[in-house]
Design a protein around this ligand. Sequence first.
Ligand SMILES: Cc1ncc(COP(=O)(O)O)c(C=O)c1O
Length: 373
Amino acid sequence: MTSTVTGTAAGRLPDFPWDSLAGARAKAARHPGGVVDLSIGTPVDDTPELLATALAGAGNAPGYPTALGTAELRTAAAGWLQRRLGVRLADPLDATPSVVPTVGSKELVALLPTMLGLRGAGTVLIPEVAYPTYEVGAVLAGLGVRRTDTPPDDAAGVVLVWLNSPGNPHGRVLTDDELRAWVAWGRAHGVPVVADECYATLGWDVEPRSILHPEVAGADHGGLLAVHSLSKQSTAAGYRAGLLSGDPALVRQVWEVRRHLGLLVPTPVQSAMAAALADDAHVDEQRERYRARRARLAAAVRAAGARIDHSEAGLYLWVTRDEDCWTTIDWLADLGVVAAPGSFYGPAGGRHVRMALTATDERISAAVERLAG
Ligand SMILES: Cc1ncc(COP(=O)(O)O)c(C=O)c1O
């Protein structure tokens, strides 16, 4: 006997649009020098040795991992937030924690509305042009989505706010005033404000500010959460290593649900995270690699007549030729280069493409040469 599942969660989710790039990909692949794929932001450089060593050193892991995070990891995370972002967490070792590890940040983004118990009614505010998973998380929880870059006059029905600074896809950094306006709005209306800061260590023209910084949040983190990731800063996307920190009451709520769901970061990965968060040298080294690639690619894009908007931080160039993004995708595909159409990130992105800096020096050189014609 077979059974049919109807009304599946997947059916309610937004389209996964990457398949629509197949034509551009095929065209780019015909370039004699091979394709330069800048469409997806997946790191390509080697994971630093210190992570692999810590991972292997914790390989004897017969018991279940802790959802809360080991004391070593929570202490390292609080130290990293203080050292790199000027954030002073409430005691990370308190029974009500101010930070917990996540299995990369994507699952957290997708599940946060559900884990905060926001199911069923209400609206999640997300940026005008945004990483698609904010919408996925809202839809999964049966919530609506509204795109806005400024706090709305009407707060009716709003249950959660997502900010993303530095932003994917456009690399825009929110100013202190913008962040403060959202914090004040969230607190005035009793709506949690969550900042996805997974590119926090990649500021180029501007130093990104955390929403948890005392200049923004004030004396405590009430109503605020921040999301961080080791995927890019430690070249460890394959480890699945992220952090949720901020208001202990909210972090606790999320942690308690995570225990029930079995959303546990494997113990060896927790060990690697602790080692990575205690070390700045590897982050700075990787950052310099991205800085050099960005400088070369940006110069070539501009010399080829395109414009780069925002992109003051993060891992992407937000490129436009003041035309529909698919026309730009086509122009690049003729050069053997694949980028991501801005329309993937919301209607306001329809005249830009996103070019990732996550390619080898050799592939970046190939793109630079081809753009020079
Ligand atoms: C804005 C943003 N948030 C979250 C993520 C998820 O990252 P990860 O799950 O690797 O931590 C990404 C990945 O590209 C991203 O661009």
